[in-house]
Design a protein around this ligand. Structure first.
Ligand code: COA
Length: 179
C-alpha cells in the first residue's frame, strides 16, 4: 500500500520518537523533560506531528516531523519545528506551520512570531515564504554554537490556500505519497 503523510496532534506516547527526532535535528535539542512539559504541563502549548500513514488509513506510522507552538491570546508562537532529514523538501515543514497558523486563527490569534538561528537558511526561507518578516536580531541568543537569533513576525496572520497543502492536515482526506 502507498504511504502518505498526515498532520495529527502528538500524544504523550510519542515522547521517545519526538526525542529521537529532536536530537537528530538540533545541535542544542530540547530534552525529554522539556518535551514532556510541553505535551502535558503547558496550557498554551500545542504539539503536532507529521506521521506516515497507509493511504486512507489512520496515521499510525513513523513520526517524520513535529511542531510545538503556543497560542497565547492573540499570538501564535512557533517554538520548535523539525522534519527528519530524509523527508525534507516534501512540504512537511510547511504543512506543520500551516496547521499551526490555522489553529491560531480559529482561536482568534492575529499575530505569529518565532525565533530562528541566523544561519538557518532552510527555516528562514520557509518562514519568509509564509510571509514572516524579520523584526529584530538578538545577538548571541543561542548556544552550541553561539549564534544570533532572528526574530520574525507575521501580523495579521494570512495563510494562502496553497501554503501547506502538499500534506494532509488534521482530519482531512487528501494526502500525498511519502516516497
Ligand atoms: C527547516 C525545516 C523544518 C524545513 O522542513 P521541510 O519539510 O524540508 O520544508 P518544506 O519542504 O515544507 O519547505 C517549504 C519551503 O521552504 C523553503 N525551504 C525549505 N528547505 C529549504 C532549504 N534547505 N533551502 C532553501 N529553501 C528551503 C522552500 O521555499 C520550500 O519550498 P520548495 O521545496 O517548494 O522550494 C527542516 O529543514 C528541518 O527540520 N531543519 C532542521 C531543524 C530546524 O532548523 N528547524 C527550524 C528551527 S527554527
Amino acid at each position: 500500500m502507498e504511504n502518505a503523510i498526515q498532520i495529527v496532534p502528538a500524544a504523550l506516547t510519542d515522547l521517545p520518537d519526538l526525542l529521537r527526532l529532536e536530537e537528530a535535528c538540533f545541535s542544542a535539542p530540547w530534552t525529554r523533560k522539556m518535551l514532556e512539559a510541553e505535551l502535558t504541563g503547558n496550557q498554551f502549548a500545542h504539539f503536532l506531528v507529521a506521521r506516515e500513514a497507509a493511504k486512507n488509513a489512520p496515521a499510525d506510522g513513523a513520526i517524520v516531523g513535529s511542531l510545538c507552538f503556543w497560542i497565547v491570546f492573540e499570538e501564535v508562537r512557533l517554538m520548535n519545528l523539525a522534519v527528519a532529514e530524509q523527508m525534507r523538501r516534501r512540504g512537511i515543514g510547511a504543512a506543520l506551520v500551516d496547521a499551526a497558523l490555522r489553529a491560531g486563527m480559529t482561536q482568534a490569534a492575529t499575530r505569529a512570531v518565532l525565533e530562528v538561528r541566523a544561519s538557518n537558511q532552510a527555516a528562514l526561507a520557509l518562514y519568509r515564504r509564509f510571509g514572516f518578516t524579520q523584526v529584530s536580531v538578538r545577538p548571541a541568543y543561542y548556544s552550541n554554537p553561539v549564534e544570533d537569533a532572528v526574530l520574525m513576525e507575521m501580523e495579521p496572520i494570512v495563510v494562502s490556500s496553497g501554503s501547506g497543502r502538499r500534506v494532509a492536515p488534521v482530519n482531512e482526506g487528501g494526502s500525498v505519497p511519502a516516497h
